[in-house]
Design a protein around this ligand. Structure first.
Ligand SMILES: *[C@@H]1O[C@H](CO)[C@@H](O)[C@H](O)[C@H]1NC(C)=O
Ligand SMILES: *[C@@H]1O[C@H](CO)[C@@H](O)[C@H](O)[C@H]1NC(C)=O
Ligand SMILES: *[C@@H]1O[C@H](CO)[C@@H](O)[C@H](O)[C@H]1NC(C)=O
Ligand SMILES: *[C@@H]1O[C@H](CO)[C@@H](O)[C@H](O)[C@H]1NC(C)=O
Ligand SMILES: *[C@@H]1O[C@H](CO)[C@@H](O)[C@H](O)[C@H]1NC(C)=O
Ligand SMILES: *[C@@H]1O[C@H](CO)[C@@H](O)[C@H](O)[C@H]1NC(C)=O
Ligand SMILES: *[C@@H]1O[C@H](CO)[C@@H](O)[C@H](O)[C@H]1NC(C)=O
Ligand SMILES: [Cu+2]
Length: 606
């Protein structure tokens, strides 16, 4: 590594203009440059030729370029543009009695009266200013911007109970933060299981890419779907033996069912390469996705650009994203996009599993459904294994701290289901978020807050599921950071640090803990705040599968700016919470501590 750093230093001494002139314009941007990344002990500026080339602009054949000083080789943990541009959005949340994404009408909660909510779009380095108006009568809300790092803006993370009190009915909150990363993500409510009612939308941050494309098709959200309201399903799941049966899967908010509905449609331009941003905005299921006769070139995983690889299908756990390139070089016609689940063993059944499709239609193709045939989708629940981050990072070796994941179901409490991290199911207090403790200088957290304090430097954690847990994989998501996946497997980890992946390991914000297995993660403690790490299946976090890292606590107040909105928000919420007699604790999620567990015991079953 030392030699590489020296080489970068040497390059820096040469006149950049000479270097630019000597090297051809980058037409094949996925060649790894060998001198990017940083070593374990210190950061070195990523050195890359198109990064120095101020004339290299992002265009169809130069997608690796971005702007002067920034390119796909920029290590965005360390460096990002600041454009000075603010993109403003207003998201109004309402409760509607009848909405039918797949033809089956049911009550839903919507953003701006549409489902999914609007695509939040910005350029890398822009500031987002998003005002959320809670017009629900009988629920709070809080909106989380999945994967956005929220560097020095912990109070904008939208995690009620940690970083804010929920936004009370009738109240408003403006979330302001910079997009220091680029790529594809989504936003969703973090209030109990509320996002599964429809409070979901996608995020597109424009930036460079590791392969070229002509047309950006934008995000394609895909989710499993229940016809019964999520609060009811959750109440049942909290007392049931296994995962509930979802009724359908929606592609871009749409699908057919026995009640009608329609297939979503995406248009392809013949002869062009298209970027498609696939997001699992789901609730419980893994998704396998393929497009008939069109392989995917995968170029990003979550917010991390990767070395491109080609595949006939991809698999996404809840919360994961892949940016893929589709070459529309086949016969002008219509083609099926096919979506499958894990197959029922690892993620629960889906009542419409055999019929999940959408239509990709070439301009000039005849009207009508596709007649294409495709691959048999794989089943199973795990992560893509070909993911290699384009900007390299090496992680120093260290033994991870162990967190045991156990499961309990207690007959005496009407078969109450709990997922426990080191013996404690997380149960937070909406009226007293973690940031309030920080303001008070109070370190006496209740055990059920599952607070783990971390100082500066690299952090290493292993989640080890027990052999007798129900055999379910869990998509684990960390707020405030991308993490490095150092180990992932079935059974018990042997404890040998020499088996860890430390050389440019997979880096992302959501990775799968295999059923009864282990997941070993590392992250750099560089973002003071309270950050949730949890299973992204709302029924599981609802049953306790989460913890929070309280990172560099003494530096939080000094680094995150004004907490006036936080305080006012909590005042409004306290007034609201004290004005109502009780929540229906069929509801749960990141739930209220002050409600006795006995309330859960009486939760309705369906
Ligand atoms: C949504 O509307 C229904 C029917 O009017 C009502 O019972 C329910 O409490 C409302 N939910 C919320 C969260 O406002
Ligand atoms: C939220 O609204 C849902 C649906 O109207 C209701 O079932 C649930 O009890 C409410 N829960 C809370 C905690 O506000
Ligand atoms: C998803 O649907 C929206 C709304 O109809 C549409 O604007 C968008 O192009 C669709 N996305 C894709 C990838 O098809
Ligand atoms: C389409 O392009 C891909 C490379 O992107 C190539 O592998 C494939 O053979 C081409 N297909 C057709 C039908 O020309
Ligand atoms: C069916 O397939 C043929 C051969 O690929 C194609 O020419 C025709 O347009 C297709 N029909 C539709 C509706 O896509
Ligand atoms: C979790 O519990 C295990 C076993 O009791 C213990 O060894 C470990 O230190 C605990 N982990 C943390 C981070 O406290
Ligand atoms: C600290 O928080 C705990 C739990 O909420 C509370 O009981 C205690 O009174 C607080 N202490 C101070 C000094 O605020
Ligand atoms: Cu889970």
């Amino acid at each position: 590594m030392l030699a590489i750093v020296k080489q970068a230093g040497l390059l820096a001494l040469l006149a950049p203009s000479l270097l630019v002139a000597a090297l051809p314009r980058v037409e094949v941007p996925w060649k790894r440059d060998g001198i990017s990344g940083r070593d374990s002990s210190h950061f070195s500026e990523v050195s890359d030729i198109h990064l120095r080339d101020s004339t290299c602009k992002n265009a169809a054949r130069t997608r690796s370029c971005w702007s002067n000083g920034y390119s796909v080789s920029t290590d965005m943990d360390l460096k990002w543009p600041t454009t000075g541009v603010t993109r403003t959005y207003t998201l109004t949340i309402t409760n509607v009695t009848n909405f039918a994404p797949d033809g089956f009408g049911r009550p839903m909660m919507l953003i701006n009266n549409q489902y999914p909510g609007p695509v939040i779009t910005a350029d890398w380095g822009d500031t987002l200013s998003i005002t959320v108006i809670n017009q629900l009568e009988n629920n709070g809300t809080s909106i989380h911007w999945h994967g956005l790092r929220q560097l020095h803006s912990n109070q904008m993370d939208g995690t009620n109970g940690l970083t804010e009190c929920p936004i009370a009915p009738g109240q408003t909150k403006t979330y302001t933060f910079q997009a220091t990363q680029y790529g594809t993500s989504w936003y969703h409510s973090h209030y109990s299981v509320q996002y599964a009612e429809g409070i979901v939308g996608t995020i597109q941050i424009n930036g460079p890419a590791t392969a070229n494309y002509d047309i950006d098709l934008g995000p394609l959200p895909i989710t499993d779907w229940f016809h019964t309201p999520a609060f009811t399903v959750n109440a049942a799941a909290l007392h049931a033996g296994g995962p509930p049966t979802s009724d359908n899967i929606l592609v871009n908010g749409s699908m057919t069912s026995s009640s009608g509905g329609a297939y979503a449609k995406t248009t392809l331009t013949p002869g062009k390469k298209h970027l498609l941003r696939i997001v699992n905005t789901g609730i419980n299921q893994f998704l396998h996705v393929s497009l008939d006769s069109h392989p995917f070139t995968v170029i990003a995983a979550d917010f991390v650009p990767i070395v491109p690889y080609t595949t006939t299908s991809i698999v996404l756990g809840v919360g994961q994203r892949y940016d893929v390139i589709i070459n529309a070089n086949n016969t002008v016609a219509n083609y099926w996009l096919r979506v499958g689940t894990g197959g029922g063993q690892c993620d629960g059944p889906n009542a419409n599993a055999a019929n999940i499709r959408s239509i990709f239609s070439y301009v000039g193709a005849p009207a009508g459904n596709p007649n294409s045939s495709g691959i048999t989708l794989p089943t199973g629940c795990g992560d893509e294994t070909n993911v290699v981050p384009y900007v390299k990072t090496n992680v120093p070796s260290q033994l991870p701290k162990k967190l045991g994941l156990t499961f309990s179901q207690t007959a005496a409490k009407n078969n109450l289901v709990q997922w426990l991290i080191n013996s404690t199911a997380i149960l937070i207090d909406w009226e007293k978020p973690t940031l309030q403790y920080v303001i008070d200088g109070n370190t006496s957290f209740p055990a059920t807050d599952n607070v783990y304090t971390v100082g500066a430097g690299w952090q290493y954690w292993m989640i080890q599921a027990a052999a007798d847990d129900p055999p379910l994989p869990h998509p684990i998501h960390l707020h405030g950071h991308d993490f490095y996946v150092l180990g992932q497997g079935s059974g018990q980890w042997g404890g040998d640090v020499s088996t860890l992946s430390l050389t440019n390991p997979i880096r992302r914000d959501t990775a799968t803990l295999p059923a009864n297995g282990y997941l070993i993660l590392a992250f750099e403690s560089d973002n003071p705040g309270a950050w949730l790490m949890h299973c992204h299946i709302p029924f599981h976090i609802s049953a306790g599968l989460g913890l929070q890292f309280l990172e560099r606590e003494s530096e939080i107040l000094g680094s995150i700016g004004s907490l006036d909105d936080f305080k006012n928000g909590c005042k409004s919420w306290d007034t609201y919470e004290n004005s109502i007699t009780a929540f229906d604790m069929g509801d749960s999620g990141l739930k209220r501590r002050s409600e006795p567990m006995s309330m859960l015991i009486d939760a309705p079953r369906s």
